[in-house]
Design a protein around this ligand. Structure first.
Ligand code: GDP
Length: 196
């Protein structure tokens, strides 16, 4: 798929106020600083579509972008800020969980995982919650340029072996680098295949 058009549509705190549409929707989420904004910019070839690293709590919004007038890319606020208050965490939880559970045109959630580090409980908990609730998702291992490919593969395999303890089937998985544009083609064709 070629991205010909990528435009910001609206930001919301309430999933009920998100665009009323039957167009397919793909959400991106991960721990703060995982490289989500950089990945979205890389996928859409727009260096400033998603904002990179804000302060904790500043980007607690569901952001809709319309791609090629065909599908929505949704930038969800990251989880796992160390410094945020319990109230903000609860707000995030309520907003994100209701969006994920109730958004009828949500076709897939891309969960971003830092390819450099061992499995983090917060990521595993989030993935398990998606699985338990039957929400379709795939995993993108980010920042692959920061190490050699054998290290990336070994970290992915550790992560997937951890998932296998709970799940019979593994989700689709991608490797990305916003610096080297790795993963762009694969992720966009995955979306294009589902759309068609
Ligand atoms: P977000 O908080 O998940 O949206 O993360 P950002 O996209 O703002 O990225 C966090 C930091 O990681 C920034 O300093 C980025 O420049 C850096 N970063 C993001 N993706 C990559 C990548 O693929 N490779 C490298 N080397 N750095 C990255």
């Amino acid at each position: 798929m070629k991205i010909k058009k990528a435009e910001f549509v609206i930001s919301n705190t309430d999933h009920l106020k998100c665009p009323v549409t039957e167009k397919p929707e793909y959400a991106f989420i991960g721990r703060s600083n995982v490289g989500k904004s950089s990945l979205i910019n890389m996928l859409t070839n727009k260096s400033k579509l998603a904002k990179t690293s804000g302060k904790p709590g500043k980007t607690q919004l569901i952001n809709h972008f319309l791609i090629n007038d065909e599908w929505y890319l949704v930038d969800l606020p990251g989880y796992g800020w160390a410094q945020v208050s319990k109230t903000l965490k609860e707000k995030w939880d309520k907003m994100i969980r209701s969006y994920l559970l109730e958004r009828a045109n949500l076709f897939n959630v891309f969960v971003l995982i830092d390819s450099r580090i061992p499995p983090q409980q917060i990521d595993l908990d989030f993935i398990n919650w998606l699985g338990e609730n039957g929400i379709p998702f795939s995993i993108i291992f980010t920042k692959a340029d920061k190490q050699n490919s054998s290290k990336t593969l070994s970290n992915i395999s550790t992560f997937e072996n951890t998932l296998k303890k709970t799940w019979e089937e593994l989700p689709a998985r991608f490797v990305s680098s916003a610096v080297n544009k790795v993963g762009q083609k694969e992720i966009l064709s995955f979306i294009s295949d589902i759309n068609n």
